[in-house]
Design a protein around this ligand. Structure first.
Ligand code: ATP
Ligand code: MG
Length: 190
């Protein structure tokens, strides 16, 4: 069996979540089961949720507050205007989702439910103190031998970087959102 490694996609540049999604697509093409666990996200307008329904090898589960306008944004009638409501709710100290997501991830790893597991935006829930770095480290140690785990998110804690076998840091040389060139776009940002 090929050993499963730990990968980290971090940094402030765009492409962390989409790189992890792309890796799942590649793995699924070889019949590997993939579990994507998204922390801090609950908006049902994200394109990946729907594309993945066509790929039976990939499951995706969100653990975060979403947007009440999700259905309208999904249909293209409305657009995400970066109002920040979902962001604020997901940052609230009493937000129950991160711990629920961690419990779900523990089950996936313990039961070896997939050969590739993505913990999307997991750095965020550590940095905000919802879960400890030690909890995530012990989660990683519990994975079965053949399971690859990808962790994404800005400012990945150094203890996680230390344990990882592959670390890619994305750097925003230019970004149309940051530069005010373009708003958040359907099918590109979400
Ligand atoms: P993507 O999901 O597009 O792969 P990401 O996972 O690398 O992006 P995150 O840090 O999770 O990026 O940020 C989420 C959102 O912020 C995405 O819509 C992304 O396009 C946008 N974004 C990423 N980097 C920047 C940046 N440097 N300035 C402004 N917006 C950004
Ligand atoms: Mg991301």
């Amino acid at each position: 069996m090929t050993p499963g490694l730990i990968q980290v996609y971090t940094g402030d540049g765009k492409g962390k979540t989409t790189a992890a999604l792309g890796l799942c697509l590649r793995a699924a093409g070889h019949g590997k089961r993939c579990e994507i666990i998204q922390f801090q996200k609950g908006s049902a307008y994200m394109g990946e949720l729907y594309a993945i329904q066509r790929v039976p090898e990939i499951a995706i589960t969100q653990f975060g507050w979403g947007c009440p306008r999700s259905a309208l944004i999904r249909s293209g009638f409305a657009h995400c205007v970066n109002c920040g409501d979902c962001f604020r709710r997901n940052r609230a100290p009493e937000n129950p989702w991160p711990r629920l997501g961690l419990a779900y991830a523990s089950e996936v790893l313990r039961e070896g439910r997939a050969e590739l597991v993505v913990l999307d935006e997991v750095s965020y829930i550590m940095n905000r103190g919802y879960v400890t770095v030690d909890e995530v480290l012990s989660l990683l140690r519990s994975r079965p031998a053949g399971m690859e785990v990808v962790l994404t998110g800005r400012r990945m804690p150094p203890e996680i970087i230390e344990q990882a076998h592959l670390v890619t840091e994305l750097f925003p040389q230019k970004h149309p959102l940051a530069d005010g060139v373009s708003p958040s776009r359907r099918g590109i940002e979400y």
